[in-house]
Design a protein around this ligand. Structure first.
Ligand SMILES: C[S@@+](CC[C@H](N)C(=O)[O-])C[C@H]1O[C@@H](n2cnc3c(N)ncnc32)[C@H](O)[C@@H]1O
Length: 249
């Protein structure tokens, strides 16, 4: 084969490798989006792959605070729902170690491609990047010890569906931590009272609540319901929060 022909072939092979690596769902579809009520409040637009610059987050020891409160342990499988550019993914990977697994899930194709590049470049062998859907993280059933949703809850267009389908992916006793700002969704936050109402409507039980240092927001921790204990989607009544509803949609 001549030199000039090698370049297109190499490019084609690279493209194929890239396709093979492109994020895919990890589990079968759960309940479809149409089974769930829409939230009775505004939902924030997806505007960025990260909540804040990583150096600012490091100054606040954001990861350290969340990791301690969530009690992450080596060997666990942790799902980062709405992983964005990977602030948590890249720090969870060494903490969970070779026996552990990080599932970096998101719904925005561009962010997923960038996250895959970052993971590959850093050689993080225990990380899997996962393409989910707004109502379903598409993770394998009963596979996750702990899940975190960091500064993204207010962007979920189908929170009841996502919580219902996420619960099926959690191992018994699985803990779900939500970090958000105490503000209305159109200002990229979720009032804790509204959060508690929506999580409770999906069958989750609150087990902890802390205000994080350094202006990071709050961390609310919940126990996910066992799959058989989840409320039937048709019985879920969306929560109302007057201050939030009055805000622009
Ligand atoms: C502000 S970024 C935060 C990213 C990251 N968690 C962090 O703390 O930097 C919000 C992320 O959530 C993702 N997202 C929004 N709705 C989602 C959904 N229903 N399921 C999964 N990810 C979602 C967006 O694509 C975006 O990457």
């Amino acid at each position: 084969m001549t030199g000039p022909r090698l370049a297109p072939l190499a490019l084609a092979l690279l493209a194929l490798t890239g396709l093979a690596r492109a994020a895919e769902p990890l589990g079968p579809p759960g309940e479809p989006a149409k089974s769930f009520p829409k939230p009775d409040r505004p939902v924030a637009e997806i505007v960025a792959a990260q909540w804040a610059l990583e150096r600012e987050r490091e100054k606040a020891d954001e990861f350290g605070q969340v990791a301690r409160l969530m009690g992450f342990k080596a060997g666990e499988t942790v799902a980062d729902i709405g992983a964005g550019s990977g602030y948590y993914v890249t720090r969870l990977s060494p903490l969970l170690g070779p026996q552990g697994r990080v599932l970096g899930e998101d719904v925005t194709p561009r962010y997923l491609a960038d996250l895959e590049g970052r993971v590959r470049k850093a050689g993080l062998g225990n990380v899997t990047v996962v393409r989910g859907e707004p109502h379903d993280p598409r993770l394998a059933p009963a596979s996750v010890d702990a899940a975190i949703l960091v500064h993204m809850y207010h962007e979920i267009t189908q929170p009841y569906g996502l919580l219902h389908n996420l619960a099926a992916a959690m191992k018994p006793g699985g803990r779900v931590g939500i970090v958000d700002a105490d503000d209305i969704p159109s200002r990229h936050g979720t009032p804790p009272k509204l959060l508690r109402c929506e999580l409770s409507a999906a069958g989750y039980r609150e087990t902890g609540f802390s205000v994080l240092d350094g202006g990071v927001g709050y961390l609310a921790i919940f126990a996910a319901p066992a799959p058989g204990a989840r409320p039937e989607p048709a019985t879920i009544r969306p929560c109302r929060d007057e201050a939030t509803r009055a805000a622009p949609r």
